[in-house]
Design a protein around this ligand. Structure first.
Ligand code: FAD
Length: 320
């Protein structure tokens, strides 16, 4: 019996959310007195795979079949289910991400497992297997008792800060039989998000809304993001107006982020926007209207004009 963690790659490197999932899985393995094995799908070099050991995995299964190089939630769920069966895994951990969402329920079906989505803490094993999850877009918590033999935990990003060691994991090839029926869903096009820092993975986010007046003014947002080494984001109307690309749109109908710092400039704070950002650790709101609803959710608020405040903040950060 082991704990199996599905670890995602981005251009051959372990994603930050997967490092967190591996660390989380290794903690659960420790609680259960077993070891943590990671499963990685797609092309990656052995050295990178072995770094899973730094986050607590003792072994990595690598499914490198070229058919699997294209990300495919259906086929990946079959591979992870086969790995879980081979390893006799009773707990399967994955990051709550777009791919994780596409896989989790399929995986639960294949393994007849109990699924806890959006897990935000280590399980409580004092009586059964209880996990705390975030529900209603972060407004409430639920405690879930998982009674099925196999348990699947989808971990919300930034739930746990991984501690690193010098350990390396052993790497083994894994070649499951993948049926043609797993490929009925075909990815016809992929678009790589621009920018150095991926928004869903970002620790720091500088976001702006319609208060910026037009796309020509985004330089002041990008300057602050660059100074902070942060990702940029925007409200829905901004991407609907084509001022910014859709992959920057955060909120109920966009990307959900939970960075350590979310700076919102010229965004009113509508409930649909908050739904995607309100689990950020620290929220800073800049708005010229002191009654803007966003101030109610802010840890720090600056009443003022974004065109004055953003360049000042950038200068202050650059001077650090
Ligand atoms: P506005 O509401 O126009 O606010 C602009 C703000 O900028 C104002 O508060 C204003 O005081 C301030 N401002 C103006 N000039 C300045 C200045 N010079 N300096 C400082 N402040 C200034 N929205 C999302 O963001 N994400 C979603 O996922 C989303 N999903 C939705 C789903 C549904 C079903 C619906 C109905 C709506 C959804 N919306 C979503 C839209 C949402 O309701 C709001 O309309 C939207 O978030 C408002 O965007 P905004 O704050 O950029 O613009």
């Amino acid at each position: 019996m082991s704990v199996l963690i599905f670890a995602e790659l981005d251009e051959g490197k372990l994603k930050k959310s997967s490092q967190e999932a591996i660390f989380y899985g290794s903690k659960v393995a420790g609680m259960l007195g077993t070891s943590a094995t990671a499963i990685v799908i797609g092309a990656a070099d052995q050295g990178e795979l072995a770094t899973a050991g730094r986050f607590g995995a003792t072994k990595v299964l690598h499914a490198a079949d070229s058919k699997l190089n294209e990300v495919n939630g259906m086929a990946y769920a079959s591979v992870v289910a086969a790995a879980a069966q081979q390893e006799g895994a009773k707990v399967v951990v994955l990051a709550k991400s777009s791919l994780g969402d596409a896989m989790a329920a399929r995986l639960a079906g294949k393994l007849k497992a109990g699924l806890a989505p959006n897990v935000i803490d280590l399980p409580d094993l004092s009586s059964g297997f209880r996990v705390k999850t975030s529900i209603y877009t972060g407004k409430a918590f639920a405690y879930n008792e998982l009674k099925a033999d196999v348990k699947i935990l989808a971990i919300k990003k930034n739930t746990i800060a991984p501690e690193e060691t010098d350990a390396t994991a052993s790497v083994e090839g894994f070649t499951p039989t993948v049926a043609d029926s797993d490929f009925v869903l075909k990815v016809t096009n992929t678009e790589k998000a621009t920018g150095d820092i991926l928004l869903p993975e970002a620790d720091l986010v500088v976001s702006a809304g319609r208060g910026l007046k037009g796309p020509e003014n985004w330089g002041i947002v990008e300057d602050l993001a660059k100074a902070l080494h942060a990702a940029t984001a925007c409200s829905k109307p901004v991407s609907d107006l084509d001022w910014r690309p859709h992959h920057e749109h955060v909120g109920q109908t966009g990307i959900k982020v939970s960075p350590n710092l979310y700076i919102a400039a010229g965004i009113s704070g509508a409930i649909q926007h908050l739904a995607g950002v309100n689990s950020s650790k620290v929220i800073v709101v800049i708005n010229k209207d002191p009654d803007a609803p966003f101030f109610k959710s802010a840890d720090y608020g600056i009443v003022g004009d974004v065109f004055e405040i953003l360049p000042k903040l950038t200068k202050a950060v650059q001077a650090l």
